[in-house]
Design a protein around this ligand. Sequence first.
Ligand code: BGC
Length: 339
Amino acid sequence: MTVTKKHFGILPDGSAVHLYTLKSETAEVGILDYGATLRSIVVPDRDGSPVDVILGYDTIEDYVSADGYLGATVGRYANRIKEGKFELNGKIYTLAVNNTVNHLHGGLIGFDKKMWDVKETAEGLCFSLVSPDGEEGYPGTLSVSVTFSLSGAALSIAYRAETDADTILNLTNHAYFNLAGSGSVKDQILMIAADAFNVTDENCLPTGEIMAVAGTAMDFRSPRAIGDAVDSDEPCVKLSDGYDANFILNGTEPAAEAWCKKTGIRMTLTTDQPGIQFYSMNRYKTRRGKGGALYEKRDAFCLETQHFPDSIHHPDWPSVVLHPGEVFESKTTYSFDIG
Ligand code: BGC
């Protein structure tokens, strides 16, 4: 793996943003120090031609002003927390309500909008930051690192965090994948190794109910086109205008697999996280992306590896509490080949 660095742009506060490129013999990955943001993953199609399989923007201004978290590292808490409030050790913490009536993706200035320090390590390219106690309302000083490493056409993202006071944490990467490089992903094939999912309300917040995928639009246990039921009348997709729910992983590997007939590109995802938010670019505002491309609703899919949304209000779900002295470590790998 080789690493190169170049200037990408200047933030309104004058900070210089850089684009790092990781290169292996088969793949090339671009990452910004703004948001520890994955900007490109270029892999060969079945004819050996390079295809960039994620969405992104050309300028730092677009990254700063646009919504959608394209390729960003999301934290402190990826996904939703009910009404932006939670109780920990008898104390109530109040967070930004930035998604209808709930808190989403870490708040107003989440990890996606921060500058990260970067250094090359034996494992790969390590992005780190310290989130001060009380930032965005969360307790504890949190030291976080996200290491990207590329081996052949396999990109691994390793997350690590420590705190000096009890806190909650849920980290993910919000890449928007399109294995054809552009156009609708409705004909791309997806498998998710999940027997169940978290039922959500009209604001995409888990109701607490866990439902079996069998016989529903959420059944991706066998490979199936994303477009099969994304626009169907089933409540689990209709309420969110498509897929936007946490799939409860069975723990079998791979956790997910996606394939594109046109390019032959297959992505295999492995993770140690208990869930994946599958989001099908619902209610998405059309915009210009890399190279002037037009990005529209359903032009990509996100597979956000994570703990379950709003876990802090569901004590029987896997815990999202991090205590001082503990080290949170997690890894997700996206491997590309021709299927
Ligand atoms: C959420 C969606 C949201 C998208 C972009 C996903 O993780 O679940 O509801 O629209 O991120 O912010």
